[in-house]
Design a protein around this ligand. Structure first.
Ligand code: HGA
Length: 610
């Protein structure tokens, strides 16, 4: 989603702003822009193309300055057009621009504010909700930008992270956050703002994570933060070592491919060197929490939601604790019956997913205080908000379509299953040893599945000519079918649906003809014979089956049935392994169709708006 960078320094900051935007490109965006304070006036460049094009524009127009802000926009209000791109200026109606502002989030009361500001003479040049903030700050400005921002934010409903500067205060940038992420980077006689620490890698590693409601005053030698109650606060400065190599492609064609192939390492790192299963892997006091709950409520969105659905099968079967899994954006708005003995589990790669954060707060508001998050970013809002956490160690994920984040979430959720089972006396020493052995074998097992790539590429060429596909799975592989279908639609734009195979005859079988590829996940489990019957139902109607079958399933290739054999059977961890070929199928199909794999149309990463 949107990326923000801001800087106040005693050197030209445009290279820092542009470098920051490049590092935020992975979030997905449809336009970008930069504004600087230059010789007493505000100047900006905006583009609906890539940051590299914006950079050329900046060079052509000799844009430079000591103070500035920059933005990548993922449009929510108003088309992705240059006039809607940030930074937005205010003050034009009265001559020259005075305020420059970038924003991440959605202002829900923007229509009311727009009418009010138009009535006092402000002329709007965009269709964004953002522009009202710029005009509101200009309207309230009485010589102190910080004060104007403080007053303006009191009028805003919705979510925002903003960075703003003013023509009349050349060495000052003010930032504020409420619901969207924003960090401060501290330097020597220079300071920075950004949506995440990665944007500032190479510029500073001294990072302050702002809290919701914070407003920050950034000057050359001062960072002053005021909290939601208007009190001056000190926030901890973290030294954050960002591995900038994450942003390098190496021998791969796309980040998605790189990240698929990083999974043995990512899963291995997520498992760390765990010697034994203990609830404390999830934080101090986890044992007490796990002993005192009688059910789980998993809240997540998108791919993370599918990780939650898979975990339900594991937890109910191994730990024998009832589990509900809900889409966060639904849960937060529906009337539900709270149970204080629920363990609320949120799953989010970034830990900033707006809907999941709001769902978590909603659950807490209903009196459910036992909270745990599975998250890839240790410093994120989600980790700070939850009592317990497990940090996956996927590393920075740049491809918009999640791959290694998903398999590491599954790994962490399997550990959670075992820890819950242990706390409730359902994990014998032998079982623990056996499951740990299986977990340690995972990186090697994933490596063996990755070696199937050439066979999958041959299938992908055929898929590339299709416009529809069905994915089938049963039991704990049904969520994996959902994830496989999501991957294919996200990056290849082929319409794909997933069904539990037993559900086929209740409707989707009507879609099956010789033109419909049906991807089937066929592990050797208790449902195999049932699944084979479902496959026959497809075959009998001329559907083309593409089956990922475990080695010993005795499913052979024949006319209309194509089989790729998985190297071995993985027991309870099978969903993790069966995910890999589906990622590769989606990836190579998208490559064959020539789509922008890492930046699929209309999508963004770190979904920080509702
Ligand atoms: N609502 C603003 C900003 C959108 C955003 O934060 N996207 O991630 C706009 O549409 O410009």
């Amino acid at each position: 989603m949107c990326g923000i960078v801001g800087a106040v320094a005693q050197r030209d900051i445009t290279p820092i702003l542009l470098q920051g935007l490049k590092r935020l490109e992975y979030r997905g965006y449809d336009s970008c822009g930069v504004a600087v304070h230059s010789d007493g006036e505000l100047r900006r460049a905006r583009s609906t193309q890539r940051v590299a094009e914006l950079e050329s524009q900046v060079q052509r127009e000799h844009l430079s300055g000591f103070t500035g802000i920059a933005h990548t926009r993922w449009a929510t209000h108003g088309a992705p057009a240059t006039h809607n791109a940030h930074p937005h200026f205010s003050g034009q109606g009265k001559g020259v621009a005075r305020i420059a502002l970038v924003h991440n989030g959605i202002i829900e009361n923007y229509e009311e504010l727009r009418t009010e500001l138009q009535a006092v003479g402000y002329v709007f040049e965009s269709q964004t909700d953002t522009e009202v903030i710029a005009h509101l700050i200009d309207h309230l400005y009485g010589g102190d930008l910080f004060e104007a921002v403080q007053q303006a934010t009191r009028r805003l409903n919705g979510a925002y992270a903003i960075a703003v500067f003013c023509r009349d205060e050349p060495h000052r940038v003010v930032g504020a956050r409420h619901g969207s992420p924003l960090v401060v980077g501290r330097g020597k006689n220079e300071n920075f703002l950004a949506s995440d620490a990665l944007a500032l890698a190479g510029t500073t590693d001294q990072i302050i994570y702002l809290e919701d409601g914070d407003i920050v005053d950034l000057q050359l030698a001062r960072v002053w933060i005021v909290d939601v109650d208007g009190h001056s606060v000190e926030r901890e400065v973290h030294t954050v070592h960002i591995h900038t190599g994450a942003a390098e492609l190496g021998p791969y064609r796309h980040y998605m491919q790189k990240e698929i192939f990083e999974q043995p390492r990512a899963v291995g790192d997520t498992l760390q060197a765990i010697e034994s299963i203990t609830p404390e892997l999830f934080g101090d006091g986890a044992y007490k929490v796990f002993k005192n709950i009688d059910n789980l409520l998993i809240l997540a969105c998108g791919t993370s939601y599918y990780a939650g659905l898979t975990a339900r099968y594991w937890i109910e079967s191994i730990a024998k604790i009832p589990v509900n899994v809900e889409i966060a954006s639904e849960y937060r708005y529906r009337d539900s019956v709270p149970n204080p003995r629920t363990l609320v589990v949120t799953i989010s790669q970034s830990g900033e997913t707006a809907d999941t954060l709001a769902a978590l707060k909603h659950a807490r508001g209903l009196g459910m205080e036992n909270t745990l998050t599975i998250c890839n970013v240790a410093t994120s809002a989600m980790v700070r908000e939850c009592k317990l956490s497990y940090i996956t160690r996927a590393g920075v994920e740049i491809g918009v379509a999640s791959t290694k984040a998903f398999t590491t979430q599954l790994t962490a959720l399997f550990l959670l299953t075992l820890a819950l089972a242990q706390a409730n006396g359902r994990l014998s020493d032998e079982e623990e040893a056996e499951q740990l052995k299986a977990l340690r074998h995972l990186p090697v097992a994933i490596g063996a599945v990755l070696a199937l790539e050439p066979q999958i590429m041959a299938w992908a060429d055929r898929f590339a000519t299709k416009e529809n596909a069905l994915f089938l799975g049963r039991g704990m592989h049904y969520p994996i079918a959902l994830e496989g279908a999501l991957k294919l639609k996200e990056i290849s734009y082929i319409h794909a649906e997933a069904y539990p195979a037993g559900e086929l005859k209740h409707g989707p079988l009507a879609l099956v003809t010789e033109h419909m590829p049906v991807v089937t996940i066929a592990p050797r489990d208790g449902l195999l014979e049932k699944l084979k019957s479902n496959m026959q139902e497809v075959h009998a109607r001329g559907g083309e089956l593409y089956v990922f079958a475990d080695a010993d399933t005795k499913i052979g290739s024949s006319d209309g049935i194509h089989v790729i054999r998985m190297p071995e059977h993985y027991g309870k961890l099978s969903p993790i392994l069966h995910t890999i070929p589906l990622q590769l199928l989606a990836y190579h199909t998208a490559c064959a169709r020539g789509t922008d794999v890492d930046k699929p149309r209309n999508l963004a990463k770190s979904v920080t708006v509702e």
